[in-house]
Write a protein that binds this ligand. Structure first.
Ligand SMILES: Cc1cc2nc3c(=O)[nH]c(=O)nc-3n(C[C@H](O)[C@H](O)[C@H](O)COP(=O)(O)OP(=O)(O)OC[C@H]3O[C@@H](n4cnc5c(N)ncnc54)[C@H](O)[C@@H]3O)c2cc1C
Length: 371
């Protein structure tokens, strides 16, 4: 390995946004060095619930999320090997008349913005999709093209494809210093210095500390998220299911285990790279599952884990050029739902970085909104 390499673009962070950007930049013919502190997928991108969800997005993220959905369906390497994207659909159920009203309002809001990807369905249609659902469920919002994927494998798939296009992905490479000299960035780890014309920071919850090394500020704060998984149970559900008024999202894998999560927050410490499991919240989430599927009452939880994501003040991701520092770009602040956005975020950043082509449809995601 050339320890003092030169390239067009330096990427810091080997989560889904880093490796997807490396892939799309290399595809455009740019030379790329990606520096990852641990190994690719070590943080949120490798341990998340794998939800591939356009359903329930904040409005400014919807155009990017729909573009990403297209890529999830069409990029060959996200399919065709064990663990890749499975198109099961995602459903958000209403447990009361008030919930049904909320879903109707959401449906109206999307229609006003010209979106029709979330379908409002009634009780009978829910039962056709999820025959085992509890009797009190009144209806749902449904997106048939959503689904889930195995996150760690997807990160590896992007990294592999990027390497095939000659992107230089360097693991065990923690960035400690960044300087801007002349028209170039000099980015250093304890063992190497990389010189590049443009710099993309996608270091998740750690992005603000790197931004400060560049003389910039990015308003991202860390938050912990938890998941748990049950023992194997007979197959009872296809889509990923969420509730309207109670934080819940869960899915059943082909092996019968059920992964339960959905806005299950906990304390996070970025210095220690550690998020503390909160067992009372996990128990509460398990209760919601048994309310909706009473036959799961005596099923055991076999494992719980946590990860850290970076949150933006408006819970909307931050993607695009810095508002104050030239040749500096960000993808961060994914606020608990950045996995699905990875493919389109990488594709968009490659257009912005290589062609200076900012897309007005993604203006609401720009770092400039905070300046
Ligand atoms: C438990 C959990 C469940 C989730 N479920 C879902 C879901 O179902 N669907 C969904 O869409 N999203 C989900 N998310 C959110 C999603 O995982 C994140 O939004 C997304 O993975 C963020 O990706 P990233 O590439 O920005 O950051 P990360 O995956 O955090 O990657 C950042 C990388 O930067 C590296 N890094 C940090 N500092 C440095 C440095 N100084 N030098 C070099 N490298 C550095 C880190 O090691 C890390 O690998 C979930 C998150 C968690 C934690």
């Amino acid at each position: 390995m050339n320890l003092h390499a030169k390239c067009d673009v330096i990427i810091v962070g080997g989560g889904i946004h880093g490796v997807a950007s490396a892939y799309f930049l290399a595809k455009k013919g740019l030379s790329v060095v990606l520096l990852e502190r641990d190994y690719c997928g070590r943080s949120a991108s490798g341990v998340n619930a794998g939800g591939v969800r356009t359903l329930g997005r904040v409005v400014p993220e919807i155009p990017l999320s729909l573009a990403s959905s297209e890529l999830w369906q069409t990029l060959d390497f996200l399919h065709g090997f064990d663990g890749a994207f499975v198109r099961t659909g995602q459903i958000k159920v209403a447990e009361s008349v008030q919930d049904m009203q909320k879903l109707q309002e959401r449906h109206n809001l999307l229609a006003r913005h010209g979106f029709d990807h979330e379908k409002l369905i009634d009780q009978d249609q829910v039962r056709q999709i999820v025959p085992a659902i509890a009797a009190h469920v009144q209806g749902a919002l449904w997106v048939s093209t959503d689904g889930f994927a195995f996150p760690y494998l997807i990160v590896q798939a992007f990294a592999r494809q990027a390497r095939l296009l000659h992107a230089d992905i360097r693991e065990q490479s923690p960035v400690k210093a960044i300087e801007h000299s002349g028209n170039h960035w000099r980015v250093s780890t304890p063992e190497q210095t990389i010189v590049g014309e443009k710099l993309l920071l996608c270091a998740g919850a750690w992005t603000p500390e790197l931004a400060r090394l560049c003389g910039d500020e990015i308003p991202v704060t860390p938050g912990g998220l938890m998941l748990m998984v049950t023992q194997r149970v007979p197959h009872f559900i296809n889509p990923v299911l969420g509730a309207t008024s109670r934080g819940l999202s869960f899915k059943q894998f082909a092996n019968g285990t059920v992964v339960i999560g959905g806005a299950l927050e906990c304390d996070a410490d970025t210095g220690q790279n550690y998020a503390e499991l909160d067992f009372s919240r996990l128990a509460n989430s398990a209760r919601i599952v048994t309310d909706l599927f009473p036959f799961l009452n005596n099923v055991s939880i076999t494992r719980a884990w946590s990860g850290i994501d970076g949150y933006a003040p408006d819970h909307t991701c931050i993607i695009g050029p810095s508002a104050s520092v030239d040749n500096l770009y960000y993808a961060c602040g994914f606020s608990s739902s950045g996995f699905q956005l990875g493919p389109a975020s990488g594709q968009y950043l490659a257009e912005v970085i290589a062609d200076n082509a900012e897309n007005p449809r993604y203006q609401g995601l720009s770092p400039a909104r905070f300046s």
